[in-house]
Design a protein around this ligand. Sequence first.
Ligand SMILES: [Zn+2]
Ligand SMILES: [Zn+2]
Length: 249
Amino acid sequence: MGKKTIGYGDFFCWNCGERIEKKAEVCPGCGAKYYGKDKYSNKTALGAGGIGWSNQSRHPSFKKYFKKKCTVVLVWLIGLSILVPTILFLIGDIRLDSEGFTVIKVVVGMFWIIGLLFLYPGRNKPDWEGVVEDKKVIQKTRIRKDSEKRKYKESYTDYIVSIRKQDGSLHELKKEDNSTEYEYYRVGDYLRFHGSKYLGSFEKYDKSLDETIFCASCGDRRDMRDNFCGRCGSILLKAASVGFSADGK
Ligand SMILES: [Zn+2]
Ligand SMILES: [Zn+2]
């Protein structure tokens, strides 16, 4: 049977991290069920994350996904760099003169800047730890202009999570009109920032009170009972005490 490469749903087994076989309902690698009510046997999501840091932050699955992401971005960049100038030429928007080449250079240059900015978080930063000190919701308004340049008032909401770092400084996670992180973190939560270029994400010390966990690699929200992210195949950073059990039959 072929491996699943495109479509909806998960691409990797939640239990062992293997590529999901097309049309399969059970993982041929580990025997775990992909669907159904008894997917997780009697295990509950609450408590499945355990308390303590994960010892898997250097797991090879993170590097594997990062490399794949870079390849996909590069393939898109090269593809667009060829396709868009060709289309512009074919529809007669540009000619193969010096003006035309300037347009091509600007357009293609813009693609590469956007693409490389997308990969920019991929640089190593130091790890650090801190405690969630405060959470705030702030209603704000700003002046915007519509397409006819008329000014209008727009309201939006800032969701802020303040983290006191070990060195005493404050780190703010701020999201506009998005309360996901705000709801996920509690005041008093002890956090570790993984600065590795493959991660760049936070881990909670106490994961026993959550039913879901964010993939440290792609950010997808997963069931706490999963061992691997079904979307990108990276291991989920759960407490070392919970261990890695491949007995999800
Ligand atoms: Zn499996
Ligand atoms: Zn993921």
